[in-house]
Design a protein around this ligand. Sequence first.
Ligand code: CTP
Ligand code: MG
Length: 382
Amino acid sequence: MTDLVAVIIPAGGSGERLGAKIPKALVQLAGKTLIEHAVAQMAPVASQIIVAAPAGYEEQFQQLLGSEVTVVTGGLTRTLSVKKALAHVDKGNEFILVHDAARALASTDLALRVIDSLRAGEKAVIPGLPVVDTIKRVDTDNYVTKTPTRSKLRAIQTPQGFARKVLIKAHSSADDVTDDAGLVEDRGVDVKVILGEDRALKITTMSDLEIAHKYLISESSNQIRVGIGTDAHAFSADPSRVMWLAGLLWPNEIGVDGHSDGDVAAHAICDALFSASGLGDLGSNFGTSDPKYSGASGSQLLAEALERVQAAGFSINNVAVQIVGNRPKIGPRRAEASTALSRALGGVPVSVSATTTDGLGFTGEGRGISAIATALLSYRAR
Ligand code: CTP
Ligand code: MG
């Protein structure tokens, strides 16, 4: 049985230095508030999360964070906010992490490393980074009184981890400190510094918010998703049925039966796009029962699919589609097909290939036509 961990996130500050008109924890960063980012990173390690909200914002916080999170009213200082949250920690938690909503991007991995160190027997564990600037102590007239050796200095971050009893005892004093380790140190407890991380930066000013945004953007550009889709239709017995394939009209070809224009290439691509973005499939998006889509052209469906994947935060890197069948012969119109499909998707590169199946199966027997498509998408944090 692993020891349970409570996470306290003080978010009761007003964020004066950031200068937004709302509390800092409610400021948006790539589509989510800072407090939502902080909770999302800590949730995987926490049995209990307690957030101290600015007075008057409790309900808004509760709605935003859901019923799993305990929201309490913050105090006049960070120390008081932590103290108020501490009163709500369940006794079953062996360890308590004290974090900051302002360090919204501190990672789950960092929290895990703090907890690992507690489990190894430390009573107080704090993340820190070596400092790059020389730090000087000055007196009230700004004269230097001391220059500590830089290599021995660390810039301290959160989440800071403590054995529950150690933290509760330390907070029983009335001191006001900028971090909780300060209280614990004063009581003679050994405080261990482990390596922090750049992304745990404290968001204080607008330029910090921009730096934080860059972390999310560079992460999201790595979030690529692949999808797959297929479709098949039988050639129609009705010789007047026209053939649409790959966004093109094919004169002198008999079309396929189907609810829409029967463009298997376009349909397979739509499915691949939905598959990559986790938005379901062709049927769940353009149900056969919806009259809006009966008779819809392949190009219209592609344009609609594009809109839906973009609305879900994705952009399309490229699409590939292979048409399987004896006819029509794709080769002479390959470039034209590629252009038509690409145009329907707002200019995304679409490669078109074709194959027969050596006389095998319904395509080889000339009874129908099918297509298989793949799509590569990138998720963009907004
Ligand atoms: N905090 C808190 N209660 C307070 C003051 C601060 O819970 N009375 C929290 C903040 O919400 C923040 C963390 O403590 O998550 C660190 O504080 P800081 O970065 O200074 O945030 P603010 O006090 O909101 O910002 P500022 O000092 O610029 O007003
Ligand atoms: Mg402050």
